[in-house]
Ligand binder design. Structure first.
Ligand SMILES: NC(=O)c1ccc[n+]([C@@H]2O[C@H](COP(=O)([O-])OP(=O)(O)OC[C@H]3O[C@@H](n4cnc5c(N)ncnc54)[C@H](OP(=O)(O)O)[C@@H]3O)[C@@H](O)[C@H]2O)c1
Length: 293
């Protein structure tokens, strides 16, 4: 199959490109090659390439910046998604669109989880634009999959783990406060790419939650990661109230992969196994960028 991967230099886009090109003809486009919010560029791309499947990994993902950069966030996450969805519908392409745990308000009591048909109620502008993106996909193209994931990390692009590693390596003795009362499921972009490949193979339809199994806090995640990396640190747990941010984040955004499990195709491992495998594969690369290998 011919598959367009948008946002192909981001975390998930890079891994989707790597995984999908093992068995498909992948056309990878980054933000400079194909601006998804530019309708002319999108139309031109479809006319020339006629992809069977589009995996939309492009998004404006800076959650806090979305609060002030509202026009840009809407342009990419809603207008861009709509441009892809309309052309995909016109050319008979399947659209696989990536969404987020931040469409939920996180008010469920722990250890309750969110399933695919739970009520959505985003707290942040980022979450609002991602929810609107889901709605434009549903309206424009019946042949779609919406994959909601959470707390994504990988070797490429910016993420929480790479930021923590950089700060700790710069000064191992420095006290770093990390939020310990938000709960979610850290998900390796490579594992998610394998899951997306599986969804393509089985020709899935509709909304799927796809996150690692189990859950933790940001503090627990950072501690587990640095300990496994054998990097000394001085992390201090703190509450959300101690660490105010422009965007409000859900306290509990643990997603249950219910539909993947019902359809017998849940490939997602426990989050700790995800971190272990990420480190096993990429530890040297992670340290190399800070001159330590
Ligand atoms: N990261 C997370 O924790 C997380 C959690 C839940 C869901 N998600 C969702 O998962 C998907 C992938 O996220 P990610 O972590 O891989 O994000 P990422 O690393 O920020 O990658 C997003 C990519 O989109 C590109 N992009 C931005 N504007 C674009 C435009 N107008 N046209 C084309 N490309 C554009 C960016 O390119 P430039 O860098 O050149 O701008 C970047 O390469 C997104 O839909 C995101 O909302 C992410």
């Amino acid at each position: 199959m011919k598959i367009l991967v948008t946002g192909s230099t981001g975390q998930l886009g890079s891994d989707c490109k790597q995984v999908l090109q093992r068995s498909h003809d992948v056309v990878a486009r980054n933000s400079k090659d194909l601006d998804i919010a530019n309708q002319l560029e999108v139309t031109e791309f479809f006319r020339e390439n006629r992809p069977d499947v589009v995996v939309n990994c492009a998004a404006y993902t800076k959650v806090d910046a979305c609060e002030s950069e509202r026009d840009l966030a809407w342009r990419v996450n809603v207008d861009g998604t709509q441009a892809l969805a309309l052309r995909a519908s016109e050319y008979g392409s399947k659209l696989i669109h990536i969404s987020t745990d931040y469409v939920f308000d996180g008010r469920k009591k722990l250890p309750e989880t969110y399933v695919e048909d739970d009520e959505v109620c985003p707290l942040s502008y980022y979450g609002q634009t991602k929810l609107e993106g889901e709605l434009v996909v549903r309206r424009a193209n019946r042949n779609h999959i919406i994959v909601r994931t959470s707390w994504v990390y990988g070797l490429h692009g910016y993420n929480f783990l790479r930021t923590i590693l950089r700060l700790v390596l710069q000064d191992p003795k420095r006290e770093l406060t990390v939020v310990n009362d938000q709960f979610g499921s850290p998900t390796w972009s490579y594992h998610l790419a394998l899951q997306i490949n599986r969804l393509i193979e089985m020709d899935g339809q509709g909304v799927f939650h796809a996150t690692s199994e189990g859950h933790c806090t940001w503090y627990e995640l950072a501690t587990y990661f640095l300990d496994k990396m054998a990097v000394r640190h001085n992390l201090i747990p703190c509450s959300t109230d101690d660490y105010p941010t422009p965007a409000v984040r859900p306290r509990n955004s643990i997603l249950e992969n219910r539909r993947l499990k019902e359809q017998g195709c849940n490939l997602m491992p426990h989050w700790q196994a995800g971190i272990d495998q990420f480190i096993e594969r990429d530890k040297d690369n992670l340290l190399k960028e800070w001159g330590l290998r």
